[in-house]
Design a protein around this ligand. Structure first.
Ligand SMILES: Nc1ncnc2c1ncn2[C@@H]1O[C@H](COP(=O)(O)OP(=O)(O)OP(=O)(O)O)[C@@H](O)[C@H]1O
Ligand SMILES: [Mg+2]
Length: 608
């Protein structure tokens, strides 16, 4: 041991050797004497320190291109005395390049020779050649030097028996992590020196590694995400640090949430909405299941029942006086609504009959296209438009009047022939479509979209629009196009679309859905069923480890994707909030419903 320490500490030590020897002779203790064990017996695959314990060293020969976080953490957190040493050395780029080129030529020659002998290609060699090519390419385009990693693990036990038992457990974990490893046979002493913090590789085993793979292996060197203005999205499951993100700092403010039933999507959206309100944002929610009611009431928001018999009314012919093109946009919105309501429109019906009828009915109400001061006047109602069509004797106009009749003056007039009564000013508005018949939902959705656009165009307030159960809209070209338009244009209006759906496939259901998928700056993937994982992994560029992780995520756990960044998250829900939001029928029954909406539950956090 002394010889070796001399080697490590350098020649200065040589001069002192005599002095140390003399001190020992005199029975005095030096630092080296104190540090070194009394005796050391080197066995083939471990070192024993009689009376003090035993140690075994492994070196890692090979590792997968992407290391699984959980597998690595299991090694780092091994319950035993363990030391993991990673020595990283930059390599000479030119030498590596020359070596790889040589390899490429040799492999290429071998393949040509096989072909000339009319032998089948050797696919392993082909894969090796492809890897060499890829590494060479990487070397050319990257400014970072290639690196060499010497990865050594030491494990201590109280005695050799305990060491053997612990070794088996550790080797299981190393196998789980897909590592190729060996006990440093007959080289345990060199291994022991390698795991000391001297920065020297006495074993000589090393493997080349790229910077990205290396960065992923450091448990403590992950980027932290703590935007002071942001929403705490959750806790990084690897580092335990909070991930706080300001959506409005990202390239666009859209968030996609995908996960199977009961994986925690709606819970997260309620959490996000609540944080949005606490941070002073404006929040709109399109609620298909009526799930957001208790949250809305607890936050003092406006909950709009959009059913046909609801007292909350929206006039289809409303104008938004704050929009500099209100008259023209009002016409477009009305036509888009009528398109859905009347089961499609021909060009003639649209451009000739309805546009003229709209112009006339607006004119009769004193609202003129070229006079913005008239745009604040009380707009006409659907029955007025109907009357104009009925009075038009052309056949096409009569046909349109027939189709509009049930909505304007017939059975549905209560719902659609009205002036607007809803509160525009509330920072939180939840549109509930729960009690709206499936066939009527697109009509209502169109009105909601118009309403939200009008608000978003009014003043630049950070706004989020939450659309839960979005599969309902993504499969309908009209509604999907409306949402896609929002996804595209919201950024300039300081607004973001937060959309949740169950399957990645829903995002390919229509052209609009594809736009939404491709424009989201953030994607949160909650638990997925096995049959959906491959498609989602492909769609969002997950590696194999992440893809497997998707299957086993617990409620509230997700993978957050922001471009190239993938963060493993868990979103803990504050207990007081949880009671207001849960949809678990057992929990609701246990709480006896009513109390869940009590404002008292906000005591801890303060009523927003
Ligand atoms: N972060 C969380 N922490 C603890 N429990 C959670 C969390 N998220 C969800 N849960 C539990 O899971 C239940 C279902 O969650 P949620 O309603 O959010 O599922 P979902 O993904 O929206 O499902 P669906 O697609 O059926 O609407 C909740 O009622 C709650 O009990
Ligand atoms: Mg849900």
């Amino acid at each position: 041991m002394l010889d070796w320490l001399d080697k490590v500490l350098g020649s200065d030590q040589e001069e002192n050797t005599d002095a140390i020897g003399q001190s020992l002779e005199a029975g005095a203790r030096t630092l080296v004497d104190l540090l070194a064990p009394g005796a050391m017996i080197e066995h083939e695959d471990c070192i024993e320190f009689p009376g003090q314990g035993a140690v075994r060293i492994w070196f890692i020969q090979d590792l997968p291109p992407e290391m699984a976080r959980e597998a690595l953490d299991a090694i780092y957190d091994f319950s035993g005395e363990i030391r993991v040493s990673m020595l990283v050395r930059p390599l000479d780029k030119a030498a590596v390049r020359a070596f790889l080129r040589q390899q490429r030529v040799a492999q290429h020659a071998e393949m040509v020779a096989r072909a000339q002998r009319q032998m089948l290609p050797d696919y392993t060699k082909q894969a090796e050649l492809a890897e060499v090519e890829a590494t060479l390419h990487q070397l050319e385009v990257s400014h970072r030097p290639p690196k060499e990693l010497c990865w050594t693990v030491a494990l201590w036990g109280a005695d050799r028996d305990e060491l053997d038992t612990l070794s088996e457990k550790l080797e299981d974990l190393l196998l789980d992590a897909d590592l190729t490893f060996f006990r440093a046979s007959l080289r345990q002493e060199e291994g022991l020196y390698t795991v000391q913090p001297f920065g020297q590789n006495f074993l000589g085993h090393a493997r080349n590694i790229d910077t990205r793979a290396l960065a992923g292996m450091f448990p403590f060197a992950r980027r932290t995400w703590t935007d002071p203005q942001g929403v705490p999205y959750g806790i990084d499951r690897t580092t335990g640090a909070w991930v706080i993100i300001d959506d409005f700092q990202l390239p666009n403010f859209n968030l996609l949430i995908i996960g199977e039933q009961g994986s925690g999507k709606s819970m997260f959206l309620k959490y996000k909405a609540t944080w949005g309100i606490l941070l002073g944002m404006r929040v709109f929610v399109i609620d298909l299941e009526g799930e957001f009611e208790s949250m809305c009431r607890a936050l003092g928001g406006t909950y709009l029942d959009m059913s046909l018999t609801s007292p909350h009314k929206m006039n289809v012919l409303d104008l938004n006086p704050d929009d500099p093109a209100a008259w023209m946009n009002g016409l477009q919105d009305t036509l888009a609504w009528l398109e859905i309501a009347l089961g499609g429109l021909t060009t003639r019906e649209r451009n000739v009959i309805l546009t003229a009828a709209y112009e006339r009915v607006m004119g009769e109400a004193g609202i003129l296209p070229d006079n913005p001061s008239t745009w604040r006047r009380t707009p006409p109602r659907l029955s007025d438009l109907y009357a104009v069509l009925r009075a038009d004797e052309r056949r096409a106009a009569q046909d349109l009047a027939d189709r509009l009749q049930p909505l304007a003056v017939g059975v549905y007039r209560e719902a659609f022939d009205c002036q607007t009564t809803i509160d525009f000013a509330a920072p939180l508005v939840v549109f509930s479509l729960k009690n709206v018949h499936k066939d009527m939902q697109p009509l209502r959705m169109r009105q909601v979209v118009t309403f939200i656009w009008a608000r978003v165009l009014t003043g630049l307030t950070p706004t989020i629009l939450i659309v839960d159960e979005a599969w309902r809209w993504l499969s309908q070209p009209g509604a999907a196009d409306d949402l896609a338009e929002m996804a595209r244009r919201f950024r300039k209006r300081y607004a973001g679309l937060n959309l949740a759906t169950q399957h990645g496939g829903d995002l390919s259901a229509s052209a609009g859905a594809v736009v939404i998928r491709d424009t989201a700056a953030m994607v949160m993937l909650f638990r997925h069923g096995a049959s959906h994982v491959p498609a989602v992994a492909e769609l969002f560029g997950l590696n194999q480890v992440e893809a497997e992780e998707l299957l086993g995520l617990d409620k509230g756990e997700s993978i957050l994707i922001m471009g190239p960044v993938h963060l493993p998250l868990y979103t803990p829900i504050p207990p007081d909030w949880y009671h207001v939001w849960t949809t678990d029928p057992r929990e609701l029954a246990a709480m006896g419903h009513g109390c869940s909406t009590s404002r008292r539950s906000w005591a801890v956090w303060g009523s927003p």
